[in-house]
Design a binder for this molecule. Structure first.
Ligand SMILES: C=C(O[C@@H]1C=C(C(=O)O)C=C[C@H]1O)C(=O)O
Length: 378
């Protein structure tokens, strides 16, 4: 089902100075001088459309720098007066909203740690009733698309139509090269559910280091995201927060000048004809893959009946191990990604087991079988 949000197009509420839309500024406002100097340097690049700065910082443990607080709003006001750049801050409760509105902040964003809590989001939404201001909603910390959507809906229901999402990646227990796993598929799902919702990528929080930011930014642009929020600091080495992931305004400008900007579609006839031909080939192959999968499933069902009649368990680890070994080395030879192949085979195995469970327990475990099928198709 499509997501019904009442939203206005991004370019009707942000004056995009340069493609791609770039929101930049320090992770935290530290001193008036730091914020103003950074703002002027960003403005001078000619590439930045909005100045961001965190002034209320949610920290995991007490005792760390929790943001400069309300005084930072006055610094942002000055930065805007001096540079002409509209400003954006993170708000995490009704008081933040009221103060930010009173100080003339142009754009508000809701952080990942707030998006996870519907009470917090509702409090912010209530404080925004009757206000006309753009709001950007970061994805929740955990990979839960429904929570992200729920927060967008709450803000939209409060009457905010200048609405966007920020993709900042998701926490994971697994060790990874990223601070937050991009899990692009969630952002893609959100875009599929609501194509008119602008999604802005936040490579700084996905990467957690400067080095990977160009790669993630380019990928986000190639996935047709509408903009980037990149943290910058006049001297990242002395930044009070997130020192490793901030870049200087000069490095930002250089990075952005190297991005390749691509269009979501082309009207070139030669291109569209060739694309249509290639897509026809894909359609045929997908049909064949599905037919073959259906054939495979009917054989596993036969095996299920055979096992049921001979009192043999469904799971056969040795056989499964053999399949994984053989198929992944075949996949390698075919130049298929091994990780992808493993994930695909695991899905197939799961479905094969589910079908055999149905056969083996017919009439005995209807509710459980239906529940598993439901989980898998959700
Ligand atoms: C189909 C079987 O049952 C299970 C499913 C398998 C499969 O889908 O290939 C392999 C091993 C078993 O865990 C089988 O035993 O061969």
């Amino acid at each position: 089902m499509k997501l019904q949000l009442n939203i206005q197009p991004l370019d009707s509420w942000i004056n995009i100075k340069n493609e791609p839309l770039l929101i930049s500024g320090p992770c935290s406002a530290e001193t008036e001088d730091q914020l103003l100097s950074t703002a002027h340097l960003l403005k001078a690049t000619g590439k930045v459309s909005v100045l961001r700065a965190g002034i209320w910082k949610p920290r995991t443990r007490p005792g760390e720098f929790e943001g400069i607080g309300s005084i930072g709003l006055q610094w942002l006001k000055r930065a805007k007066e001096e540079t002409g750049l509209p400003t954006a801050v993170e708000v995490a409760n009704a008081k933040h909203v009221e103060e930010a509105l009173a100080a003339g902040v142009d754009i508000l964003w809701i952080g990942a740690r707030s998006t996870v809590n519907p009470f917090t989001v509702q409090e912010i939404a209530d404080a925004l009733q009757g206000v006309d201001i753009p709001v950007l909603v970061k994805n929740p910390v955990n990979p839960d698309l429904q929570l992200w959507i729920g927060a967008l809906e709450r803000i939209n229901k409060a009457g905010i139509t200048k609405l966007g999402a920020i993709h900042r990646g998701f926490s994971s227990f697994e060790k990874s090269a990223f601070r937050n796993e991009p899990m692009w598929e969630l952002a893609i799902q959100l875009k599929t559910l609501c194509p008119e919702l602008p999604i802005i990528n936040d490579p700084s929080h996905i990467c957690g280091n400067r080095e990977l930011i160009p790669y993630i930014s380019q990928k986000a642009l190639d996935l047709d995201m509408q903009g980037l929020m990149i943290e910058s600091h006049l001297d990242p080495s002395v930044a009070w927060t997130d020192a490793k992931q901030q870049v200087t305004p000069a490095a930002l400008a250089e990075m952005v000048s190297k991005f390749t900007l691509r269009q979501p579609e082309s009207k070139n006839e030669e291109f569209t004809d060739k694309l249509a031909d290639l897509r026809k080939e894909i359609d045929k192959i997908d049909d064949l893959v599905l037919q073959k999968l259906a054939e495979r499933m009917s054989i596993t069902q036969k095996i299920g009946e055979f096992k049921r009649d001979n009192q043999v368990t469904i799971l056969q680890v040795n056989r499964w191990d053999e399949i994984m070994q053989k198929r992944t080395s075949f996949a390698k030879a075919l130049k298929l990604d091994v990780n992808f192949t493993e994930k695909f085979l695991e899905l197939v195995h799961g479905e094969s087991i589910r079908r055999q469970t149905e056969i083996m327990n017919a009439g005995k475990a209807e509710a459980g079988i239906a529940a598993e099928a439901h989980v898998e198709t959700k």
